[in-house]
Design a protein around this ligand. Structure first.
Ligand SMILES: CC(C)(COP(=O)(O)OP(=O)(O)OC[C@H]1O[C@@H](n2cnc3c(N)ncnc32)[C@H](O)[C@@H]1OP(=O)(O)O)[C@@H](O)C(=O)NCCC(=O)NCCS
Length: 282
């Protein structure tokens, strides 16, 4: 199916509501979209220099992903669907009951409809949801989440327990975008369509949402999302978790502070050194 036919079919079946359930042609269209997502041929959002944010949301793709939930039925799925490939010098250890260690099953998963490029490293446990796009050379470390439709660039490091939120609805809402060469530090969270530009560094524990003002100490500016623009972290910004004093009301009286991400500097040689990865681990 060529792309504009696929788009037309998805939009039609999505608009059909519950009558698309059980319609074989809606399943055919969904499966074609899912396959195109997995090859990276279509994406939930694409780079677009003409757009003010540099990214264009492909609402029909998100409609197609939602269609897949609507027409899907509950079914027992085989476990252990992923195959594992790693250095043969570090195979999985096996334990016996007599060792007295309890090892609870579980692990990583990449859901159908996600694109994962060559050279991506997935450390267990981690999860990549439907519609996500993870580009070449990216590291998805243990306990990291790549939410539905999130767009992750090349050579990104999603550190241990980094959470990249998913945005499926509304269909025209932009997903979280992490551009090339970004480091998302351990335990960080990026949510609600936030765009992190190329080369930026989020220190461990940084949380970004639509409602989080970001304080740029270098340029003396406060960055915020607006009604039609998500929060955008500038290229090469180094963001660390900070706090700001509450300046009015009870908060001031009680001496409270609120969490405040702070741009302390823009990437320099020291940052490059701090963020260098062990190539041998790859
Ligand atoms: C942000 C980071 C990369 C350091 O970058 P850097 O360019 O070397 O930063 P610097 O050491 O020059 O620090 C610049 C300023 O930010 C402050 N700062 C640095 N890291 C900070 C942090 N995590 N929280 C709060 N402040 C921090 C420094 O104190 C310094 O401020 P000062 O000049 O007033 O003292 C590092 O702190 C970090 O978070 N790395 C990620 C760790 C991680 O999650 N690893 C993943 C393992 S899976």
């Amino acid at each position: 199916m060529i792309l504009n036919q696929l788009q037309e079919a998805i939009e039609r079946h999505f608009a059909a509501g519950p009558s698309s359930i059980g319609d074989p042609s809606s399943m055919t269209a969904f499966l074609a979209l899912r396959a195109a997502l997995e090859t990276g041929e279509v994406r939930a959002a694409s780079p677009d220099p003409a757009s003010p944010t540099g990214w264009r949301v492909n609402a029909w793709v998100k409609q197609g992903i939602l269609l897949g939930f609507r027409i899907g039925t509950l079914k027992e799925l085989p476990a252990g669907g992923l195959s594992y490939i790693d250095k043969h010098t570090y195979p999985i250890r096996h334990f016996a009951v007599g060792d007295g260690i309890r090892v609870v099953p579980g692990g990583s998963s990449v859901r159908a409809g996600a694109y994962v490029a060559r050279g991506v490293v997935c450390m267990p446990p981690m999860y990549i949801n439907a519609g996500a796009y993870v580009d070449e050379g990216t590291m998805v470390d243990s306990h990291a989440l790549v939410g539905s439709c999130a767009q992750i660039g090349k050579r990104v490091h999603l550190s241990a327990a980094a959470q990249i939120g998913g945005v499926l609805e509304p269909v025209n809402a932009s997903p979280v975008v992490i551009e090339d060469d970004v480091l998302v530090g351990g335990n960080s969270g990026v949510y609600e369509g936030t765009i992190v530009r190329k080369g930026a560094v989020l220190a461990a524990g940084t949380i970004l949402t639509r409602g989080t003002p970001v304080f740029d100490l270098v340029n003396g500016a406060v960055l915020r999302a607006s009604a039609d623009t998500p929060l955008i972290i500038p290229e090469n910004a180094v963001v660390v978790p900070g706090s700001r004093a509450v300046s009015k009301g009870k908060g001031q009286e009680w001496g409270l502070s609120l969490y405040a991400p702070v741009i302390v500097k823009y990437r320099d040689d020291k940052t490059d050194l701090s963020t260098t990865l062990e190539d041998l681990l790859r």
